[in-house]
Design a protein around this ligand. Structure first.
Ligand code: ATP
Ligand code: MG
Length: 214
């Protein structure tokens, strides 16, 4: 099973994915956690370029960088794990490219989707958890995290409030368009409330997959 976590900066993806992984591991499940961009040595190099506040990167170049990391991640990590029957938890996947470069940077959505599916070899998530948070709260959390000694403010976090509003609204539109795999959660809730909501969504999709396998 392939599960992705999406949402604007500071929506709590990394926090939640760690907690969900812990729960699933505690049940004896075989879980693999990874992230985008990154997850492979080549992808981690892309990540450091991509997030570097000193880099000026054209939107199309952003799409190609992200999909280079994604293609390597699918081949080296995600597909082998799925083949081995593991549950894959991925912190962002191609929906983030649609949301940020499509809705955020005004690139054409369906063209982007095609490029993304070339990178993944047609692979899409079974379940996408969208952590929905107002852009103003995202901004507050990112600043608090930076003050608290977490990582500094990266290239995308430096974008305007309007940019993050477009990305948030884009994610919500995507959740409607692909409603069979998206589950939208209110990310203003505390993690201990969100974890059972994710686990319920995972159980639901597992059951659906079980029913479709003869
Ligand atoms: N449900 C929550 N309620 C309140 N604060 C939270 C919640 N989840 C995470 N946080 C806090 O918000 C900040 C951002 O969380 P986190 O790093 O998990 O977000 P993220 O979505 O992974 O962000 P990024 O996109 O930048 O990687 C952290 O300081 C974290 O402690
Ligand atoms: Mg994170």
């Amino acid at each position: 099973m392939f599960i992705t976590f999406e949402g604007i900066e500071g929506s709590g993806k990394s926090t939640l994915i760690g907690l969900v992984e812990g729960e699933l591991l505690g049940r004896g499940e075989d879980v693999l956690q990874t992230r985008e961009p990154g997850g492979t040595p080549a992808g981690d190099s892309v990540r450091s370029i991509f997030l570097d506040p000193a880099m000026r990167i054209d939107p199309i170049a952003e799409v190609m960088l992200l999909n280079a990391s994604r293609a390597q991640l699918c081949v080296d990590v995600i597909r082998p794990a799925i083949r081995a029957g593991r549950t894959v938890l991925c912190d962002r996947f191609y929906d983030a490219t649609i949301a940020y470069q499509g809705y955020g940077r005004a690139l054409e959505i369906d063209g982007l989707l095609q490029v993304c599916l070339v990178a993944t070899g047609g692979l899409s998530p079974d379940l996408t958890i969208l952590l929905d948070l107002p852009a103003e709260l995202s901004h507050e959390r990112v600043l608090a995290r930076a003050r608290g000694g977490g990582h500094g403010v990266d290239r995308l976090e430096q974008e305007s409030l309007d940019f993050h509003r477009r990305v948030r609204d884009g994610y919500l539109q995507m959740a409607q368009r692909w409603s069979s795999r998206f589950v939208v959660l209110d990310a203003t809730q505390p993690p201990e409330v969100l974890v059972p909501q994710v686990l319920a969504a995972v159980a639901h999709v597992r059951e659906r997959i079980r029913q479709t396998i003869p």
